[in-house]
Design a protein around this ligand. Structure first.
Ligand SMILES: [Zn+2]
Length: 436
């Protein structure tokens, strides 16, 4: 925790606490030593030296949690449009990724971290290569990251990748900032032979961390798995090998049946719903209302910038709502308040963030965002939750706080020259994609 962080008073906002309690109009959020000290009417005057923020006309919301990302893929942003998943991976993404250096990944990851902070994301789960460089970017940007080294066992040596994943767990455990977490990441059922899964599970159990993996993203993936495994779906496979009990962050879960959903409702399992990536790659629409009805823990993720383009979650929330309402011809299929909960408190639990994360309540870690409600595109806004989901743009986020520290204020990032960084990322991205 940020013990030395200066105090912060955010005054006069409409606070949406996401802790089950009502919205609090005209409230003051007092932040001390990295935690929320009080919410509502303060019982004292601000002490000298404290930073006071006039948030009248704004909403204060817990920071959003992006549950599935490959953040350094900003260097490949939008690359390989209009291809199906397997061809997109094999013909475009994997050849380009093979060219990435540690420094490419650090620059791309830092760009992605700043983009997320700009949009109000305060924590994310990541899976990629060169993860020490991603961890460096997390620490430099001020965001929280639950990181994992992606492990692919098909035609590649995987043992070294697993050792890197193990080392990342040790680094996260020892990191004094408290903003790094780790998981073990077998990429998917179809990219990891059984021996890789067994080795990943053993390491995850030894390190006391969960697994982060891609599950049932496309119909073809599920059909292929059933053919190879005597009818077992990817979810059933994970259950059979004990991966669900180990704690599992399952990205996508688009093509899941009733039996799969019952298995995903087990404690320790969380699903990352990534609607834009699933739509752009033509993968389908995850049955989120059925998952929620069965008690599955669901968060929202962006996936990498090559398949989603934009790493903030506001567009994801809108699409998550629109898809379910339209397909089911039911405007109540995905309520606004539910979506805000998925993006905050449910996402924080999915990532195993510290207790209280994803809420604005005394004692909770001070990860929060201040969002202006005054833009032309959202005035007037008689229903705040609806306005947040359907009306918010990244540029409406005026302040992002992680661990009690201001890490983004009106588009600027303390200590980071984001324009120079963007130019560097563009130069490196062009080099990586040249003559792939
Ligand atoms: Zn992914």
């Amino acid at each position: 925790m940020a013990e030395g962080a200066p105090g912060l008073w955010i005054e006069g906002a409409l606070v949406m606490p996401m802790d089950g309690g009502p919205d609090l109009p005209g409230a003051t959020v007092v932040v001390e030593a990295g935690r929320i000290a009080s919410v509502g009417a303060p019982d004292r005057v601000p002490p000298p030296g404290v930073r006071r923020v006039d948030a009248s006309g704004c909403v204060v919301l817990p920071g959003l949690v992006n549950c599935h990302n490959h953040v350094a893929m900003t260097l490949l942003r939008g690359y390989g449009a209009d291809l199906p998943l397997r061809r997109w991976l094999e013909e475009r993404i994997w050849p380009a990724e093979a060219r990435l250096t540690d420094e490419d990944v650090r620059v791309g990851a830092l760009l992605g971290c700043l983009e997320m902070l700009r949009s109000g994301v305060t924590a994310f789960a990541d899976m990629y290569d060169h993860m020490d460089a991603v961890a460096d970017a997390v620490l430099e940007s001020g965001i929280r990251g639950v990181l994992s080294r992606g492990i692919i066992g098909l035609g590649r040596p995987w043992e070294a990748a697993l050792r890197e994943g193990e080392a990342l767990c040790r680094r996260a455990r020892r990191d004094p900032s408290g903003r790094l977490g780790a998981m073990i990441a077998p990429h998917a059922e179809y990219t990891c032979p059984d021996e890789v899964w067994a080795a990943c599970l053993a390491v995850a159990r030894r390190e006391g961390v969960g697994l982060h993996t891609h599950v049932s993203e496309t119909r073809a993936e599920v059909e292929e798995c059933r053919r190879r495994r005597g009818g077992a779906t990817p979810v059933r496979f994970l259950a059979e090998i004990g991966a669900l009990e180990a704690g599992c962050l399952a990205a996508h879960c688009v093509h899941v049946d009733r039996e799969d959903i019952a298995l995903l409702a087990r404690p320790g399992v969380a699903v990352s719903h990534n609607p834009i990536s699933n739509a752009k790659l033509g993968s389908g629409i995850a049955p989120v209302p059925a998952l929620l009805a069965a008690g599955v823990r669901v968060g929202v993720g962006s996936d990498g910038a090559a398949s989603t383009d934009v790493l903030g979650l506001w567009d994801e929330l809108r699409l998550a709502a629109w898809q379910q309402k339209a397909v089911r011809e039911d405007p109540a299929a995905m309520p606004c308040a539910t979506l805000l909960g998925l993006a905050t408190v449910a996402g924080a639990r999915a990532l195993g963030l510290p207790a209280g994360s994803g809420t604005i309540a005394p004692g909770a870690p001070a990860d929060l965002v201040v969002v202006a409600r005054s833009g032309l595109h959202r005035t007037p806004a008689p229903e705040p939750a609806a306005s947040m989901v359907y009306g918010t743009r990244d540029s409406d986020v005026v302040l992002t706080v992680v661990d009690g520290r201001i890490v983004m204020e009106r588009g600027a990032f303390p200590g980071v020259d984001h324009e120079r960084l963007a130019a560097e990322a563009a130069r490196r991205g062009a080099r990586v994609l040249a003559d792939v």
